[in-house]
Design a protein around this ligand. Structure first.
Ligand code: ADP
Length: 274
């Protein structure tokens, strides 16, 4: 059976003109991609193909790809990086994790640290959390006045447009998990000693604010899914389905960019190496 990637993409891509209700989106979505073995084989093949395309992007050196990963705690942002970019040479892929802003970062506008981390030409940049935290955690935990946050959606759209107009293609993935799945993943962090380091009591505070976060995400999807940088909501309760969908989307996007090796200004036959 071949996987209908175009249909899957239609199902997960947010059309901003249609109000999106996150609660109506299934975090499992079994029907989209039912077969685990097939999905895993596809992820492995695409991870390799992404590396080949990354090599071309690097050689071409004129454009870049930015992959934004957002999702609540335990949604699998790190796991997605590992699952999708594990075949890429480390030179051309840079992952940036955005945590609580430092004093220096807070002394600047919220996009300052983000702009510095945007991938240079020829690179793939992956954001583990991003500028969207400034309309998510900042909103839910009242870290900035309402009217300040209100202005940010348009500012973010304009910022992303600026990047796109200057040669950066942007892919935005919201890793969507259910509240039950989050409970299991948090519980695993308590039960398994090797996962203790991942446990953070603050995650339970955020879990208690689950509905507020879902609403804040919904607003992001409705206000910041643009033609130049649409959001995709990835059903992420199953890690293998999540990785397969992200890998296929990254691959398709790079293929559409069609980076080309530059033509040298010389012929190989001009040279002789003794
Ligand atoms: P993660 O949970 O992604 O594995 P951390 O444990 O370092 O990584 O958590 C990062 C924390 O930083 C999250 O709680 C997130 O909400 C917070 N954070 C990220 N960006 C901002 C921001 N702009 N303002 C406030 N908090 C932020």
């Amino acid at each position: 059976m071949t996987i209908e990637w175009a249909a899957i993409d239609d199902a997960i891509r947010i059309d901003a003109s249609v109000k999106s209700k996150l609660g109506q989106r299934d975090a499992v979505s079994k029907e989209l991609l039912p077969d685990r073995e097939e999905a895993e084989a596809s992820t492995a093949a695409y991870a390799k193909a992404i590396d080949d395309l990354q090599d071309r992007l690097y050689a071409e050196g004129t454009r870049s790809l930015l992959v934004v990963l957002q999702g609540i705690d335990t949604s699998g942002k790190d796991g997605t990086v590992r699952g999708v970019f594990n075949r890429c040479g480390p030179l051309g892929v840079r992952v940036t994790a955005f945590g609580r802003p430092t004093d220096i970062e807070l002394a600047h506008d919220y996009l300052w640290r983000v702009h510095q981390a945007v991938p240079r030409r020829g690179h793939i940049g992956v954001f583990n959390r991003s500028h969207y935290e400034d309309v998510l955690v900042a909103k839910v935990r009242n870290l900035a006045p309402r009217e300040v946050i209100e202005q940010r959606y348009e500012q973010i759209n304009a910022f992303e447009k600026h990047l796109v107009d200057n040669g950066t293609v942007i892919l935005k993935f919201m890793l969507h998990i259910s509240k039950d799945e989050q409970r299991e993943r948090l519980q695993a962090r308590l039960d398994e000693p090797d996962k203790h380091w991942k446990f953070n009591a603050g995650d339970l505070e955020d879990r208690a604010l689950w509905d507020d976060y879902q609403r804040a995400y919904e607003t992001v999807l409705n206000r910041c899914s643009t033609e130049h940088a649409p959001w995709r909501v990835v059903p992420s309760d199953k890690k293998w389905r999540r990785n397969a969908i992200v890998a296929a989307t990254v691959h398709r996007t790079l293929e559409a960019m069609n980076p080309l090796y530059p033509k040298p200004a010389w012929k190989a036959s001009d040279f002789k190496i003794d």
